[in-house]
Design a protein around this ligand. Structure first.
Ligand code: NI
Ligand code: MN
Length: 225
C-alpha cells in the first residue's frame, strides 16, 4: 500500500512499505515541519526556486536522505555533505525502483545561492511497487505530457494555479494527455497570484468526460493507492 500526503504548495510525502520520500519540500504551509522528519530515504527536487527547494538541505542533513535533482543542484548539495544524485532527462534505475526525469517548461535558478548553474527544471515519474507517480514540478502545458499516457500513471500531481504554471484549463488538457487514474492539484492558493478554487478543476475534468478521479487534498491530508 502506498500513501501520499499533501504538505501544501507542491510538497508531498510518499510512503511505501519500505521507502519514504518527499517531493519539493517547501513546508511553509505544512503541518509537518522540517525538524519533524527523522527517517527519510529520498527527496525529489524539481528545481531550485525557493518554493520547491524549500527545506531540502536541512532535511537531507538531518535524515541522511538522498536528494535526486538536476546534476548542477546535486553538485552544490554534495559540497554541503548531502548525498545527492544528479539526474538528466531520461530513466535511471535505483534500489527502490525507477526514476524518470521528465521535461518541464519553466526557468531554474537557485534561491539559496545566486549565480550558480542549476540545469533545467524538471518533473519526475517514480515507479515503485508497481505504481507510478508523476510529479510535474512547475511547468506550462507541454506536448511531452502526451508521452506519459503509455506510462499508465496512477497518480499525477499537477499545478493548477496559473501565472507561473498551467492554469486549471491547461491542467485539464494535461489530464487528457496523461490519463492518470488519479490527479492531485497542487501549486495554488499559496500566493496571491495563484489563487484558484480547486473544485473548478474537479468540475472541468468531469465536464470533459475524462476517466480520471481528481483528489483535492487539504494540507496534511493523505490517501492510499
Ligand atoms: Ni518555480
Ligand atoms: Mn513554484
Amino acid at each position: 500500500m502506498n500513501k501520499l500526503t499533501y504538505l501544501g504548495h507542491s510538497a508531498f510525502l510518499l510512503e511505501t512499505q519500505n521507502f519514504s520520500a518527499l517531493f519539493d519540500p517547501f513546508l511553509v504551509s505544512s503541518p509537518v515541519k522540517a525538524k519533524d522528519f527523522k527517517n527519510l530515504d529520498a527527496i525529489f527536487v524539481t528545481h531550485g526556486h525557493g518554493d520547491h527547494f524549500g527545506d531540502t538541505l536541512q532535511i537531507a542533513q538531518n535524515t541522511g536522505a538522498t536528494v535526486y535533482t538536476s546534476l548542477e543542484l546535486a553538485s552544490w548539495l554534495s559540497k554541503k555533505g548531502v548525498h545527492a544524485i544528479g539526474m538528466q532527462f531520461g530513466v535511471a534505475k535505483f534500489d527502490f525502483g525507477t526514476l524518470r526525469m521528465t521535461s518541464a517548461k519553466h526557468s531554474n535558478s537557485f534561491s539559496v545561492e545566486s549565480g550558480i548553474p542549476c540545469g533545467e527544471s524538471c518533473g519526475f515519474v517514480l515507479s515503485i511497487d508497481n505504481k507510478k507517480i508523476y510529479h510535474a514540478g512547475d511547468t506550462s502545458l507541454i506536448a511531452d505530457m502526451m508521452l506519459l499516457e503509455s506510462e499508465r500513471i496512477d497518480v499525477a500531481c499537477l499545478p493548477i494555479g496559473g501565472y507561473y504554471t498551467m492554469d486549471v484549463n491547461d491542467a485539464v488538457r494535461a489530464v487528457s494527455f496523461i490519463k492518470p487514474v488519479i490527479a492531485v492539484p497542487m501549486h495554488y492558493n499559496t500566493f496571491a497570484q495563484i489563487t484558484q478554487a480547486p473544485n473548478e478543476f474537479v468540475k472541468l475534468v468531469k465536464d470533459a468526460n475524462l476517466d480520471t478521479e481528481v483528489k483535492v487534498l487539504n494540507f496534511g491530508e493523505s490517501f492510499t493507492f
